[in-house]
Structure formats: structure tokens, C-alpha cells
Design a protein around this ligand. Structure first.
Ligand SMILES: C[S@@+](CC[C@H](N)C(=O)[O-])C[C@H]1O[C@@H](n2cnc3c(N)ncnc32)[C@H](O)[C@@H]1O
Length: 465
């Protein structure tokens, strides 16, 4: 009995000390913690998050969830967990009906009857959907039946990349998730690409990428925007800014470095090929931050067409200087441009099962020169149970009594893992899985660079110096 009382106190104390730290960071930013009713952006929303602030946020998330689960009756917690898909369902309704857009010009709120007329939804049903979301602080009910945008819902505007990400997750991915049980229990590898996505979308012509190209280019365009939103969620700033970290590892060969990848200190003329780079928002950020680099963006032809418009509008100077090349590729069938100094793949390998990943990585390996490096920018999945010994030294273990991987504090990575399972028959991987994948393709791990929530995993050709 004593033990669990102590655990509860430890969780409260972890929350308290982490919140103190978070308050100090907000004070240092010169602005207060925003009210949940606010629709204004706070500097800490977009600026790079220090590794220490990230750790404090993970602790507060993880400890709060663990604490409420400890003290609430399990049947209540489990039922709420089982209901959770209705948040996705409600978000899908408000995204599709563009509710946030309709509220844009009414900061003081709009009565649901007027909102219903604008969205062509039933007022009573819409009010209930908005109330459901408002208990999670997405939208606010200002006075009874009068709703307004707030800190979360403002990101659901239809021109917001994070809104596009929400659209993707609550639409295509939601349908894929609903078909996961059938797909796992009664697999049919001959329908589509055998994924829950093919089954959920009733698409027999392949997987996600074929669906966007053959059936629904509009959703494909939203996917490209959603990837920009994903960059905002994981703050891809961390890829180039370099975050300070308290992490320290004594592992001899596989060293963790203490900063983001050092793109800034690469020599003049260094070439970076962003393979499967989408419209190129990450490589554009790298190119803007590091004027000495030359960027080659490669993706499917239809995506490269989008990329041309994006770069022309957002980075005309880099286009005019000829510092970027936008080239189509099918990385399952061909190698990227040969002899680049770096091949950079963010959130690409997680879309593919091991068999296809090996085809992609081998195609890249065949393009590499002896001094080339491959950077896989991905999440690294950790076991929930503490990992002892050598392998365990790669990860920061959360303070007890938290789950060793921070539990809910790192939920995004585990959502993403199941999302990859459902939508692409694929997965987020552990470091060991990446090492084996690389080894099978003639690639050798050099280092793992910690870059906020994600990691840059650096490989070289096996045996190269
Ligand atoms: C998850 S997105 C990642 C995009 C970008 N790297 C990012 O992190 O924002 C995967 C990318 O792989 C591209 N892709 C999928 N299949 C491809 C193929 N066969 N050849 C080239 N690119 C492909 C998609 O078009 C998409 O842009």
C-alpha cells in the first residue's frame, strides 16, 4: 500500500518540478502562457524546443496520464479509451464542414444555428460535436450554443498545414484504422497492397501512393500539405538548429551526439539529395539556413510538379541561384542522382515494410560515393519496459515511476507506428531494426544525432572510412 502512495507523490512531484521549469521557459520568452481561448501564436509554439523543455513536456504528459489512470476506476478509464475514436470522427466532421473557417471572422463566437446554416449541418448535432471537442479544449463554447475558435481549433483552418495533417489522420487514416482488425485477422494480400488502408478505402489498385495518384489527387495534395504540418509538429527546425541535450552516452561505437545534425558546418558546395522529400519544405529550410549547400529534391513526378510551384513562391532566390534541382524519381525502381555528399530521407523508410525498404536503400547505396553519407530522419521506437545492458544505453530512461519511455509523453511516435501499420503495412522502428536494415543493404551505422522528437541516423557504405 505504502508503495503506491509513494508513487503517486512521486508523480505529483515530477509534474510540479517540470511545470516550474516550463514556467521559467515561458517567462524567458517574454510572454505569458497563452490562455486556451487565445487564437494568437506564442513564440514557443513555433520556435525550436530545447531538449530540456521537450523532456519537461514529456514528463508532464506522461505523469498526468499515469496519475489519473492510477486513481480512477479502471472501468471508467478503459471505457473512455475505447471511445477515443469518436474524437477522430468529430474532427473529421468539423474538418470536412470547414467549421474553423466559418468561425474565422467571429472571434466573439457564432451561434450554432448560424453555423449550421453555413455548414449545412443540423444545428443540434453540430453543437454536440463541438461540445465533445471542446471538452478537449478544441473550440470553446463561449455562452450556451455559441462557439468560437481557440488555441487548438485555429490550426484547423483549411489553409493550415497542421489542419491538413488533422484532415489526413481523421479521414484516410481513420478509415484505415477501422479496418485494422479485419486486415490483421483475415489478411488478403491480393486486395490492393493488403493494407488496412486498401481495405478501408475499398481500393484494389495498390496502396496509399497509388490511391493518391490514380483516384484522389486532391487528397494527395492534402497529404503533401500534411507533411508540412508534420514538420511543424516535430519542429523540423531541430534538424538544423542543433539542440542542447543532457544526454550522455558511453557507448563506444554507436555514439549519440549532443546536437542536431551539423548541416551549418558542411563545406561550400556540399550536395544534399532529399529523397522522397515531398514538396521540399525540409530541404528548403536546410537550404535557407545553410546557404553553402546545394539541394536536390527527388519525389514522385506529381509531387515534383507541386514542389515547383512551392519553391517558386517560397524560395525564388534559391531557385534563381540554381541552388536547388527538383527531379522526379520512383525510388522503388531507380537510384537517386549519383555521387551526392548526403542522401537525406525524412519519414520515408517508416512508410515501407522491410522488403521494400531494402529496395529503396539499395538503390540509394548504389548512388553513393565512398564519402557519401545516408541520413534517415525518423522516430526511434523504445520498448516500454526498461532495456538493460548495452542497447538500453542508447535511450534516456524516464524518471521513475514513469514508464521507461515516458508513456503518454511520447504518444505521437506510437500513434505514428500504428498509423504506418494501418496505412502502409509499415512501421516506425527501433534503432536495432534500423541497424539490421542498413546492414542487409551494405550500410553501416555511423552515429545517431538527436534532433528533438526525431533522430538523424547516419550511415556510410559498409567498410568505407
Ligand atoms: C511520408 S512522406 C515524407 C515527405 C517528406 N520527406 C517529409 O518528411 O515531409 C513520403 C514521401 O515519399 C514519396 N514517395 C512515395 N512513393 C515514392 C516512390 N515510389 N518514389 C519516390 N517517392 C515516393 C511520397 O510522395 C512522399 O512525398
Amino acid at each position: 500500500m505504502e508503495d503506491t502512495f509513494t508513487q503517486l507523490d512521486q508523480l505529483v512531484s515530477l509534474i510540479s518540478s517540470s511545470v516550474d521549469y516550463i514556467k521559467r521557459e515561458f517567462r524567458a520568452s517574454g510572454q505569458a502562457i497563452p490562455s486556451l481561448k487565445s487564437i494568437d501564436e506564442h513564440p514557443l509554439d513555433t520556435g525550436a524546443t530545447s531538449q530540456k523543455l521537450l523532456e519537461a513536456l514529456r514528463i508532464v504528459h506522461g505523469a498526468s496520464a499515469q496519475l489519473t489512470t492510477m486513481i480512477a476506476p479502471p472501468q471508467y478509464t478503459l471505457s473512455n479509451l475505447s471511445f477515443a475514436h469518436y474524437y477522430s470522427a468529430c474532427l473529421n466532421v468539423v474538418n470536412t464542414a470547414k467549421v474553423a473557417d466559418h468561425l474565422r471572422d467571429y472571434p466573439e463566437g457564432l451561434h450554432v444555428s448560424r453555423l449550421a446554416a453555413l455548414t449545412k449541418l443540423d444545428g443540434n448535432q453540430l453543437a454536440r460535436i463541438l461540445r465533445m471537442l471542446a471538452i478537449k479544449h478544441c473550440f470553446t463554447e463561449v455562452t450556451p450554443d455559441v462557439f468560437a475558435n481557440n488555441r487548438l481549433s485555429i490550426h484547423l483552418l483549411s489553409d493550415s498545414p497542421v489542419g491538413a495533417l488533422s484532415g489526413l489522420l481523421t479521414d484516410e487514416n481513420y478509415h484505415a484504422g477501422a479496418s485494422l482488425t479485419d486486415t490483421l485477422l483475415h489478411p488478403d494480400p491480393n486486395f490492393g497492397n493488403g493494407s488496412a488502408f486498401s481495405r478501408g478505402l475499398n481500393f484494389d489498385g495498390g496502396g496509399l501512393w497509388e490511391f493518391y495518384q490514380q483516384v484522389d489527387p486532391a487528397r494527395g495534395k492534402r497529404f503533401d500539405q500534411a507533411m508540412v504540418g508534420h514538420g511543424a509538429v516535430i519542429k523540423f527546425d531541430a534538424i538544423v538548429t542543433g539542440l542542447s541535450s543532457k544526454r550522455c552516452s558511453s557507448v563506444p561505437v554507436l555514439m549519440f551526439n549532443l546536437a542536431g545534425f551539423p548541416w551549418r558546418s558542411q563545406p561550400d558546395g556540399t550536395t544534399v539529395c532529399d529523397v522522397g522529400g515531398g514538396v521540399g519544405h525540409v530541404s528548403m529550410h536546410i537550404a535557407k539556413s545553410c546557404p553553402q549547400l546545394r539541394v536536390i529534391l527527388q519525389d514522385l513526378p506529381s509531387v515534383i510538379e507541386q514542389a515547383k510551384l512551392f519553391w517558386k513562391e517560397a524560395a525564388p532566390k534559391i531557385m534563381n541561384e540554381g541552388r536547388v534541382q527538383l527531379l522526379p524519381i520512383n525510388f522503388l525502381k531507380e537510384s537517386p542522382i549519383t555521387g551526392c555528399d548526403y542522401y537525406f530521407l525524412k519519414s520515408v523508410i517508416h512508410d515501407w515494410a522491410d522488403k521494400d525498404s531494402k529496395v529503396i536503400l539499395t538503390n540509394i547505396k548504389n548512388a553513393m560515393k565512398p564519402t557519401s553519407r545516408l541520413i534517415l530522419h525518423e522516430f526511434l521506437i523504445q520498448h516500454i519496459a526498461p532495456v538493460e545492458g548495452e542497447a538500453g544505453r542508447f535511450f534516456t530512461r524516464a524518471p521513475e515511476p514513469l514508464l521507461a519511455n515516458y508513456g503518454d509523453g511520447r504518444a505521437f511516435e506510437y500513434y505514428s507506428d500504428i498509423c504506418m501499420m494501418a496505412s502502409c503495412n509499415a512501421k516506425e522502428r527501433t534503432l536495432e531494426e534500423f541497424v539490421v536494415l542498413g546492414r542487409d543493404c551494405g550500410l553501416e551505422l555511423v552515429k545517431v544525432w538527436e534532433c528533438g522528437q526525431m533522430n538523424s541516423i547516419e550511415f556510410k557504405l559498409a567498410g568505407a572510412s
